[in-house]
Write a protein that binds this ligand. Sequence first.
Ligand SMILES: Nc1ncnc2c1ncn2[C@@H]1O[C@H](COP(=O)(O)OP(=O)(O)OP(=O)(O)O)[C@@H](O)[C@H]1O
Ligand SMILES: [Mg+2]
Length: 265
Amino acid sequence: MLLKTKNLMKAFGGLKAIDKVDFELPSGEIRGIIGPNGSGKSTFFNLVSGVYDPDPGSYIEFNGHDITNEPPHKIGALGLSRTFQLLRLYQDMSVINNVMSGYHTRVKYKFFEAVIGRKKIWDQEKEIKDEMMELLSFVGLADYAELNASELSGGQRRLLVLARAIAMKPKLLMLDEPAAGLSPVNVDNLMKIIMQLKDKYGLTLIIIEHILKVVMDTCNIVTVLDHGQKIAEGTPNQVKDDNAVIEAYLGKKMNDEEMRKALAV
Ligand SMILES: Nc1ncnc2c1ncn2[C@@H]1O[C@H](COP(=O)(O)OP(=O)(O)OP(=O)(O)O)[C@@H](O)[C@H]1O
Ligand SMILES: [Mg+2]
Protein backbone atom coordinates (compact mmCIF):
# COMPACT_ATOMS: atom_id res chain seq x y z
CA MET A 1 0.00 0.00 0.00
CA LEU A 2 1.25 3.48 -0.79
CA LEU A 3 -0.86 5.05 1.97
CA LYS A 4 -2.45 3.40 4.94
CA THR A 5 -4.21 4.72 8.02
CA LYS A 6 -5.31 2.65 11.00
CA ASN A 7 -7.70 3.87 13.62
CA LEU A 8 -7.08 7.45 12.53
CA MET A 9 -8.62 9.90 14.99
CA LYS A 10 -8.78 13.63 15.52
CA ALA A 11 -11.06 15.45 17.90
CA PHE A 12 -11.45 19.21 18.21
CA GLY A 13 -12.80 19.68 21.71
CA GLY A 14 -15.72 17.28 21.86
CA LEU A 15 -16.11 17.06 18.09
CA LYS A 16 -14.77 13.93 16.43
CA ALA A 17 -13.64 15.36 13.11
CA ILE A 18 -12.05 12.03 12.12
CA ASP A 19 -13.31 8.97 13.93
CA LYS A 20 -11.40 5.68 13.68
CA VAL A 21 -10.78 5.73 9.95
CA ASP A 22 -8.99 2.78 8.32
CA PHE A 23 -7.89 3.64 4.82
CA GLU A 24 -5.74 1.84 2.26
CA LEU A 25 -4.58 3.17 -1.07
CA PRO A 26 -2.51 1.13 -3.52
CA SER A 27 -0.10 2.83 -5.94
CA GLY A 28 -1.57 4.00 -9.22
CA GLU A 29 -5.13 4.43 -8.02
CA ILE A 30 -7.36 7.47 -8.36
CA ARG A 31 -9.33 7.66 -5.14
CA GLY A 32 -12.27 9.97 -4.56
CA ILE A 33 -13.30 11.20 -1.12
CA ILE A 34 -16.81 12.55 -0.78
CA GLY A 35 -19.08 13.46 2.11
CA PRO A 36 -21.22 16.33 3.36
CA ASN A 37 -19.78 19.66 4.53
CA GLY A 38 -17.94 19.19 7.80
CA SER A 39 -17.68 15.41 7.42
CA GLY A 40 -13.90 15.43 7.91
CA LYS A 41 -12.50 15.32 4.38
CA SER A 42 -10.05 18.21 4.69
CA THR A 43 -9.13 17.10 8.21
CA PHE A 44 -8.20 13.71 6.76
CA PHE A 45 -5.80 15.48 4.36
CA ASN A 46 -4.44 17.65 7.18
CA LEU A 47 -3.69 14.56 9.27
CA VAL A 48 -2.07 12.57 6.48
CA SER A 49 0.07 15.49 5.32
CA GLY A 50 1.20 16.30 8.88
CA VAL A 51 -0.54 19.68 9.20
CA TYR A 52 -2.36 18.34 12.28
CA ASP A 53 -1.11 15.73 14.71
CA PRO A 54 -3.53 12.82 15.01
CA ASP A 55 -4.83 11.71 18.40
CA PRO A 56 -3.03 8.92 20.29
CA GLY A 57 -3.79 5.43 19.00
CA SER A 58 -3.75 6.54 15.36
CA TYR A 59 -1.35 5.16 12.78
CA ILE A 60 -0.38 6.51 9.35
CA GLU A 61 2.00 4.84 6.93
CA PHE A 62 3.26 6.25 3.64
CA ASN A 63 5.35 4.24 1.21
CA GLY A 64 6.50 1.92 4.00
CA HIS A 65 7.35 4.72 6.47
CA ASP A 66 5.53 5.37 9.73
CA ILE A 67 4.63 9.04 9.34
CA THR A 68 2.11 9.23 12.18
CA ASN A 69 3.79 12.12 13.97
CA GLU A 70 6.08 13.47 11.27
CA PRO A 71 6.00 17.17 10.32
CA PRO A 72 4.80 18.27 6.86
CA HIS A 73 8.25 18.86 5.33
CA LYS A 74 9.38 15.33 6.14
CA ILE A 75 6.22 13.83 4.70
CA GLY A 76 6.63 16.04 1.64
CA ALA A 77 10.20 14.85 1.18
CA LEU A 78 8.94 11.25 1.15
CA GLY A 79 6.80 12.12 -1.87
CA LEU A 80 3.44 13.26 -0.61
CA SER A 81 2.12 16.52 -2.03
CA ARG A 82 -1.22 18.17 -1.40
CA THR A 83 -3.22 21.25 -2.28
CA PHE A 84 -5.41 23.23 0.10
CA GLN A 85 -9.12 23.90 -0.23
CA LEU A 86 -8.47 27.63 0.09
CA LEU A 87 -5.80 28.45 -2.45
CA ARG A 88 -2.42 29.24 -0.99
CA LEU A 89 -0.25 31.06 -3.49
CA TYR A 90 2.46 33.63 -3.06
CA GLN A 91 0.38 36.44 -4.51
CA ASP A 92 3.26 38.87 -5.03
CA MET A 93 5.53 36.31 -6.58
CA SER A 94 5.62 35.52 -10.29
CA VAL A 95 3.92 32.42 -11.65
CA ILE A 96 7.23 30.74 -12.46
CA ASN A 97 8.63 31.47 -8.99
CA ASN A 98 5.52 30.03 -7.38
CA VAL A 99 6.15 26.80 -9.26
CA MET A 100 9.86 26.89 -8.42
CA SER A 101 8.92 27.23 -4.75
CA GLY A 102 7.14 23.88 -5.07
CA TYR A 103 10.32 22.34 -6.38
CA HIS A 104 12.46 23.80 -3.64
CA THR A 105 10.18 22.43 -0.97
CA ARG A 106 11.60 19.12 -2.00
CA VAL A 107 15.19 19.99 -2.80
CA LYS A 108 17.21 21.68 -0.11
CA TYR A 109 19.11 24.45 -1.87
CA LYS A 110 21.66 25.07 0.89
CA PHE A 111 22.66 21.46 0.86
CA PHE A 112 23.38 21.58 -2.86
CA GLU A 113 25.29 24.83 -2.57
CA ALA A 114 27.58 23.30 0.03
CA VAL A 115 28.16 20.15 -1.93
CA ILE A 116 28.48 21.27 -5.52
CA GLY A 117 29.28 24.99 -5.45
CA ARG A 118 27.66 28.13 -6.79
CA LYS A 119 28.36 27.82 -10.50
CA LYS A 120 26.79 24.41 -10.64
CA ILE A 121 23.89 25.66 -8.58
CA TRP A 122 23.31 28.33 -11.17
CA ASP A 123 23.36 25.79 -14.00
CA GLN A 124 21.09 23.58 -12.05
CA GLU A 125 18.67 26.42 -11.33
CA LYS A 126 18.48 27.05 -15.06
CA GLU A 127 17.76 23.41 -15.70
CA ILE A 128 15.06 23.40 -13.04
CA LYS A 129 13.57 26.56 -14.47
CA ASP A 130 13.39 24.96 -17.93
CA GLU A 131 11.72 21.95 -16.42
CA MET A 132 9.25 24.11 -14.51
CA MET A 133 8.48 26.08 -17.68
CA GLU A 134 7.67 22.80 -19.37
CA LEU A 135 5.30 22.01 -16.53
CA LEU A 136 3.68 25.44 -16.90
CA SER A 137 3.23 24.84 -20.64
CA PHE A 138 1.62 21.55 -19.84
CA VAL A 139 -1.05 23.22 -17.72
CA GLY A 140 -1.35 26.09 -20.22
CA LEU A 141 0.27 28.83 -18.15
CA ALA A 142 3.60 29.32 -19.96
CA ASP A 143 2.54 32.70 -21.37
CA TYR A 144 1.81 33.95 -17.84
CA ALA A 145 5.09 32.84 -16.26
CA GLU A 146 6.31 36.34 -15.42
CA LEU A 147 2.99 37.71 -14.18
CA ASN A 148 2.27 37.90 -10.47
CA ALA A 149 0.06 35.13 -9.19
CA SER A 150 -2.42 37.81 -8.07
CA GLU A 151 -2.96 38.77 -11.73
CA LEU A 152 -4.29 35.35 -12.71
CA SER A 153 -7.96 34.47 -13.06
CA GLY A 154 -9.58 32.03 -10.62
CA GLY A 155 -9.26 29.13 -13.04
CA GLN A 156 -5.64 29.94 -13.83
CA ARG A 157 -4.83 30.03 -10.11
CA ARG A 158 -6.25 26.53 -9.76
CA LEU A 159 -3.90 25.39 -12.53
CA LEU A 160 -0.95 27.09 -10.87
CA VAL A 161 -1.68 25.44 -7.52
CA LEU A 162 -1.77 22.12 -9.35
CA ALA A 163 1.52 22.78 -11.17
CA ARG A 164 3.21 23.78 -7.91
CA ALA A 165 2.06 20.61 -6.16
CA ILE A 166 3.45 18.55 -9.02
CA ALA A 167 6.73 20.46 -9.13
CA MET A 168 7.64 18.53 -5.98
CA LYS A 169 7.64 15.34 -8.05
CA PRO A 170 5.36 13.52 -5.64
CA LYS A 171 4.35 9.89 -5.64
CA LEU A 172 1.00 10.77 -4.14
CA LEU A 173 -0.90 13.94 -4.97
CA MET A 174 -3.87 14.87 -2.77
CA LEU A 175 -6.23 17.48 -4.20
CA ASP A 176 -8.76 19.22 -1.95
CA GLU A 177 -11.64 20.32 -4.19
CA PRO A 178 -9.44 21.17 -7.18
CA ALA A 179 -12.40 22.30 -9.29
CA ALA A 180 -14.19 24.46 -6.71
CA GLY A 181 -15.75 27.53 -8.27
CA LEU A 182 -15.01 26.61 -11.86
CA SER A 183 -17.57 26.61 -14.65
CA PRO A 184 -18.43 23.19 -16.13
CA VAL A 185 -16.18 23.73 -19.18
CA ASN A 186 -13.26 24.66 -16.95
CA VAL A 187 -13.95 21.70 -14.68
CA ASP A 188 -13.69 19.38 -17.69
CA ASN A 189 -10.50 21.07 -18.81
CA LEU A 190 -8.93 20.85 -15.35
CA MET A 191 -9.84 17.19 -14.95
CA LYS A 192 -8.37 16.41 -18.36
CA ILE A 193 -5.12 18.10 -17.33
CA ILE A 194 -5.09 16.23 -14.00
CA MET A 195 -5.47 12.90 -15.81
CA GLN A 196 -2.68 13.77 -18.26
CA LEU A 197 -0.40 14.78 -15.41
CA LYS A 198 -1.18 11.53 -13.64
CA ASP A 199 0.02 9.55 -16.66
CA LYS A 200 3.02 11.75 -17.37
CA TYR A 201 4.35 11.71 -13.80
CA GLY A 202 3.08 8.29 -12.71
CA LEU A 203 1.03 9.79 -9.87
CA THR A 204 -1.34 8.20 -7.42
CA LEU A 205 -4.22 10.57 -6.68
CA ILE A 206 -6.72 11.31 -3.94
CA ILE A 207 -9.35 13.84 -4.91
CA ILE A 208 -11.83 15.44 -2.53
CA GLU A 209 -14.63 16.70 -4.69
CA HIS A 210 -18.16 17.95 -4.28
CA ILE A 211 -18.99 17.69 -7.95
CA LEU A 212 -20.32 14.15 -8.09
CA LYS A 213 -19.92 13.83 -11.81
CA VAL A 214 -16.18 14.43 -11.53
CA VAL A 215 -15.88 11.70 -8.93
CA MET A 216 -18.03 9.28 -10.90
CA ASP A 217 -16.14 9.87 -14.15
CA THR A 218 -12.59 9.78 -12.86
CA CYS A 219 -12.20 7.76 -9.66
CA ASN A 220 -11.51 4.03 -9.41
CA ILE A 221 -12.74 3.79 -5.84
CA VAL A 222 -14.70 6.28 -3.74
CA THR A 223 -14.47 6.61 0.05
CA VAL A 224 -17.44 8.26 1.76
CA LEU A 225 -17.10 10.12 5.05
CA ASP A 226 -19.91 11.26 7.32
CA HIS A 227 -19.42 12.77 10.79
CA GLY A 228 -15.76 11.77 10.63
CA GLN A 229 -16.51 8.11 9.96
CA LYS A 230 -16.02 6.07 6.83
CA ILE A 231 -19.56 5.01 5.97
CA ALA A 232 -18.95 3.44 2.57
CA GLU A 233 -16.26 2.56 0.06
CA GLY A 234 -16.51 1.08 -3.39
CA THR A 235 -16.63 1.77 -7.09
CA PRO A 236 -18.50 4.91 -8.10
CA ASN A 237 -21.47 2.78 -9.13
CA GLN A 238 -21.59 0.86 -5.87
CA VAL A 239 -21.39 4.04 -3.86
CA LYS A 240 -23.96 5.87 -5.97
CA ASP A 241 -26.51 3.16 -5.24
CA ASP A 242 -25.82 3.01 -1.52
CA ASN A 243 -28.80 4.45 0.33
CA ALA A 244 -26.83 5.37 3.43
CA VAL A 245 -24.52 7.38 1.20
CA ILE A 246 -27.32 9.12 -0.63
CA GLU A 247 -28.96 10.03 2.63
CA ALA A 248 -25.78 11.20 4.32
CA TYR A 249 -24.41 13.02 1.35
CA LEU A 250 -27.54 14.76 0.24
CA GLY A 251 -29.46 14.83 3.48
CA LYS A 252 -32.38 12.89 2.06
CA LYS A 253 -33.22 10.12 -0.32
CA MET A 254 -33.47 11.29 -3.89
CA ASN A 255 -35.82 10.09 -6.58
CA ASP A 256 -34.34 9.09 -9.93
CA GLU A 257 -34.85 12.51 -11.44
CA GLU A 258 -33.03 14.27 -8.59
CA MET A 259 -30.20 11.77 -8.77
CA ARG A 260 -29.89 12.27 -12.50
CA LYS A 261 -29.61 16.03 -11.97
CA ALA A 262 -27.02 15.68 -9.21
CA LEU A 263 -24.87 13.51 -11.43
CA ALA A 264 -25.20 15.63 -14.55
CA VAL A 265 -23.58 18.75 -13.05
N1 LIG B 1 -8.65 23.53 13.20
C1 LIG B 1 -9.87 23.19 13.59
N2 LIG B 1 -10.35 23.55 14.80
C2 LIG B 1 -11.58 23.20 15.22
N3 LIG B 1 -12.44 22.49 14.48
C3 LIG B 1 -12.04 22.11 13.25
C4 LIG B 1 -10.75 22.43 12.74
N4 LIG B 1 -10.64 21.91 11.50
C5 LIG B 1 -11.80 21.30 11.24
N5 LIG B 1 -12.64 21.41 12.31
C6 LIG B 1 -14.00 20.84 12.39
O1 LIG B 1 -13.93 19.49 12.00
C7 LIG B 1 -15.06 19.13 11.20
C8 LIG B 1 -14.60 18.61 9.87
O2 LIG B 1 -14.08 19.69 9.13
P1 LIG B 1 -13.44 19.49 7.67
O3 LIG B 1 -12.89 20.79 7.26
O4 LIG B 1 -12.54 18.32 7.71
O5 LIG B 1 -14.75 19.12 6.82
P2 LIG B 1 -14.87 18.88 5.24
O6 LIG B 1 -15.47 17.53 5.06
O7 LIG B 1 -13.60 19.18 4.56
O8 LIG B 1 -15.99 19.97 4.87
P3 LIG B 1 -16.19 20.84 3.54
O9 LIG B 1 -16.84 19.96 2.55
O10 LIG B 1 -17.08 21.94 3.98
O11 LIG B 1 -14.84 21.34 3.10
C9 LIG B 1 -15.92 20.38 11.12
O12 LIG B 1 -16.94 20.29 12.06
C10 LIG B 1 -14.95 21.50 11.43
O13 LIG B 1 -15.61 22.57 12.05
MG1 LIG C 1 -13.02 20.56 3.22
